[in-house]
Write a protein that binds this ligand. Structure first.
Ligand SMILES: Nc1ncnc2c1ncn2[C@@H]1O[C@H](COP(=O)(O)OS(=O)(=O)O)[C@@H](OP(=O)(O)O)[C@H]1O
Length: 411
């Protein structure tokens, strides 16, 4: 082979080796960038057209208008506290009762928009006790408001309510063993002894499922129609997952501390089976049972979703708020004026809120009445209506608190 051809062949071989080397180097560099590039600060500049992270669907804006029907002894105070804190963080107006209605919207009267303090109108959030009246609430709340409520297994709910009143009136106890002898339908506050939840939902608490199944079916249909979500106290965290999805809120928005929980010592050992099971002659829980089963199942289905466990949600709430571990004790009465029966929280830094106990931490554990009063003062200041005289109701409601002694927390 002529020398010129030999040199040409050598040069070609070298070129090929160099090319292979370059190719290997190039591949390694690209692979390194793909695998490690995300951690390098210059990565986005090198790949300005890289794909955004995958999302299931575009995030929805948080829903800001919510009416929560706070039923009795169903963990409603815990939900109310979540809503109050959300409203504060987002500068929303919370509907609050006129002082002459106490901290409930003149319960047990049917709700009326007149019971709402003018400084808290028009509201975006409503979460205080009331007897449901759809037309009146729709008159008050903006269009697009989402309606939510909460129920609890009726016997447990009744035991909680009964124990609450029993502490003020031990004479109630014989009622448990002979309810028919003592119960007077239509008497003031009779609804606390007979189908309270049906009454709270705006229904007739005297109707029995045996004698009036059609009525109850109609009531259930109405409830299904109005409420986008019926939470279940026994599935509290699952219900919160559903609430969070419904309202497109963040996880932080539904962190909570369990409020209004009784110490074990104040629980009744047992309530008579006839009451608990709703016997034929004393149907304690007609409506509730109908609602509970399907709703409970639906809430149970949410267990499949990544719901943090209750202790985690609570611990997380504590650390988020700056009170590392809100410690619940029966002796911590600072935040719970009712005393030993209801468990309070030992806040770090002491009861007065001094020291490291932040405002957020105190709000997390703040009882209903104190939080409502605080919000009312704040909202009054905000709209500067303090100078205006309080409108006098033409037909002032009865003052249930005097009629039936109870603590400032209310049932
Ligand atoms: N997160 C959570 N999960 C389950 N249960 C909970 C929760 N928060 C509060 N509770 C229980 O709810 C009962 C108090 O209900 P309310 O706050 O609605 O009472 S009230 O009507 O406002 O007085 C009260 O029930 P009892 O302890 O049986 O009385 C609380 O323990």
């Amino acid at each position: 082979m002529p020398p010129i051809l030999q040199r040409l062949q050598q040069a070609t071989k070298m070129m090929t080796r160099r090319k292979i080397l370059l190719l290997v180097l190039g591949c390694s560099t690209v692979s390194l960038l793909i695998h490690q590039g995300a951690q390098l600060s210059w990565y986005p500049k090198l790949f300005p057209l890289s794909c955004p992270p995958l999302r299931e669907s575009p995030p929805r804006p948080k829903h800001m208008t919510v009416a929560f029907l706070k039923t009795h002894k169903t963990a409603g105070t815990t939900v109310q506290n979540i809503l109050f804190r959300f409203a504060e963080r987002h500068n929303l107006t919370v509907a609050l009762p006129h002082p002459s209605c106490e901290h409930q919207f003149c319960y047990p009267r049917n709700f009326s928009a007149h019971f709402v303090h003018p400084a808290t109108r028009p509201p975006q959030v409503l979460a205080s006790h009331l007897r449901f009246d759809r037309a009146e609430l729709e008159r008050l709340m903006p269009p697009g408001t989402i309606y939510v409520t909460i129920l609890r297994e009726p016997a447990a709910m009744f035991e909680s309510l009964f124990s609450y009143y029993n502490q003020y009136c031990p004479a109630f106890r014989p009622f448990l063993h002979a309810p028919e002898a003592y119960y007077r339908a239509g008497e003031h506050f009779a609804m606390f002894a007979h189908n309270t939840l049906a009454y709270d939902l705006g229904g007739d608490n005297e109707r029995s499922p045996r004698n009036d199944a059609a009525y109850l079916e109609g009531l259930i249909r109405q409830v299904e129609e109005v409420f986008s979500l019926v939470m279940i106290a026994e599935y509290f965290d699952e219900s919160l997952v559903l609430l969070r999805r419904l309202l497109a809120w963040d996880l932080d928005d539904v962190l909570y501390a369990k409020l209004n929980a009784r110490a074990a010592s104040s629980r009744l050992a047992a309530i008579p089976a006839a009451l608990a099971q709703g016997g034929a002659r004393w149907p304690l829980r007609p409506l509730q049972r109908h609602l509970l089963a399907p709703r409970g199942a639906r809430a149970g289905a949410a267990r499949g979703s990544p719901a943090p466990s209750p202790p985690l949600l609570r611990r997380q709430a504590g650390s988020e708020a700056g009170c590392a571990d809100p410690h619940q004790t029966a002796s911590a009465v600072a935040a719970q004026p009712q005393g030993g029966q209801i468990m309070g929280y030992d806040l770090p830094g002491g009861a007065g809120g001094a020291g490291p106990a932040t405002e957020a931490c105190i709000k997390l554990a703040m009882p209903e009445v104190q939080y409502s009063n605080y919000l009312l003062r704040k909202q009054k200041r905000r709209v500067s209506v303090r100078a205006r005289p309080e409108p006098v109701l033409d037909n002032p409601p009865p003052r249930p608190i005097r009629a039936l002694p109870r603590g400032p927390q209310g049932p």
